[in-house]
Design a protein around this ligand. Structure first.
Ligand SMILES: Nc1ncnc2c1ncn2[C@@H]1O[C@H](COP(=O)(O)OP(=O)(O)OP(=O)(O)O)[C@@H](O)[C@H]1O
Ligand SMILES: [Mg+2]
Length: 261
């Protein structure tokens, strides 16, 4: 049987960078190995340029690594695989479609029939609390509502693997918590394997089963920390939970120690 989940083995990725006439190699990923079990939720954190997006792009089949092996549910990455969904940074709504039209969009691309995709989209819009807004356009929705539409669109796809690149990067703390809660509710009902990239260590700990810390030059994994907080989790309650803050301090000191060298 093909191995389920996501596996990276010794993945290396260089980019050639031109600087004042000279060409230099940037080691975006210097031999990354990582195993993610099926239905596990992992968060990838680390400073800008440590290769988080590159690793997701490799998983999505958008970038082919120079060496090493990546496998998703036992198969090599390929763009457009129906079992893999990629939610990009600050995912935007298509302005010429209504909210429900946006949620249906991915299903339509995958050839789902009209009635089935409408029903699925409606179910997801209800789940993110936007049932009343199905006919609203982008300009009629707040920033947070648009992000909820994007979340509904991602979950409407039955893809087993979700790759999420800083989906809530630009939002304020309250909205981040609200959307994080929604994401966990959807995931609790319908477990997927998730790789969630964020700059925000608080967000990483509150959402994930495991926090993977990366470091640049070359991009590599420097820590892999289990999050032993029980589920279902209430993100607003976690804000005052000592165990959450202790984990934060532990991972933070690991990170700051490594970044000094
Ligand atoms: N297409 C590309 N061409 C050249 N260099 C690239 C390319 N993509 C990424 N890089 C380089 O690879 C390194 C890792 O980039 P990547 O985007 O993966 O980092 P990141 O961890 O996602 O950063 P951020 O947190 O800022 O999004 C950087 O040094 C970047 O300049
Ligand atoms: Mg990035």
């Amino acid at each position: 049987m093909a191995q389920e989940g996501i596996s990276f083995k010794h993945v290396r990725q260089y980019f050639m960078l031109k600087d004042r006439g000279k060409v230099q190699a940037v080691e975006a990923l210097g031999g990354v190995s990582l195993e993610i079990k099926k239905t596990q939720f992992i968060a990838l954190v680390g400073p800008s340029g440590c290769g988080k997006t590159t690793l997701l792009n490799i998983a999505a089949g958008l970038v082919t690594p120079q060496s090493g092996v990546a496998l998703l549910n036992g198969k090599p990455p390929a763009a457009g695989r129906p079992d893999v969904a990629y939610m990009l940074a600050r995912d935007a709504m298509l302005p010429w479609r209504t909210a429900i039209g946006n949620v249906e969009y991915g299903l339509e691309l995958r050839g789902e029939g009209r009635a089935a995709r409408r029903e699925r989209a409606r179910e997801l819009l209800n789940a993110v609390g936007l049932g009343r807004y199905e006919n609203a356009y982008r300009s009629e929705l707040s920033h947070g509502m648009r992000q909820r539409v994007a979340l509904a669109r991602t979950f409407a796809l039955k893809s087993e693997i979700l790759l999420m690149d800083e989906p809530y990067g630009a939002l304020d703390i309250h909205l981040k918590i609200q959307l994080g809660e929604l994401l966990l509710q959807l995931w609790d009902k319908d477990r997927r394997t998730i790789m969630f990239v964020t700059h925000d260590l608080h967000e990483a700990i509150s959402l994930a089963d495991r926090v993977i810390v990366m470091c640049p030059n070359p991009g590599r994994v420097i820590a892999d920390v289990e999050v032993p907080l029980e589920r279902p989790r209430s993100l607003s309650e976690l804000q005052t939970d000592n165990r959450y803050h202790e984990l934060y301090s532990r991972i933070w000191s690991l990170m700051s120690h490594e970044y000094k060298h």
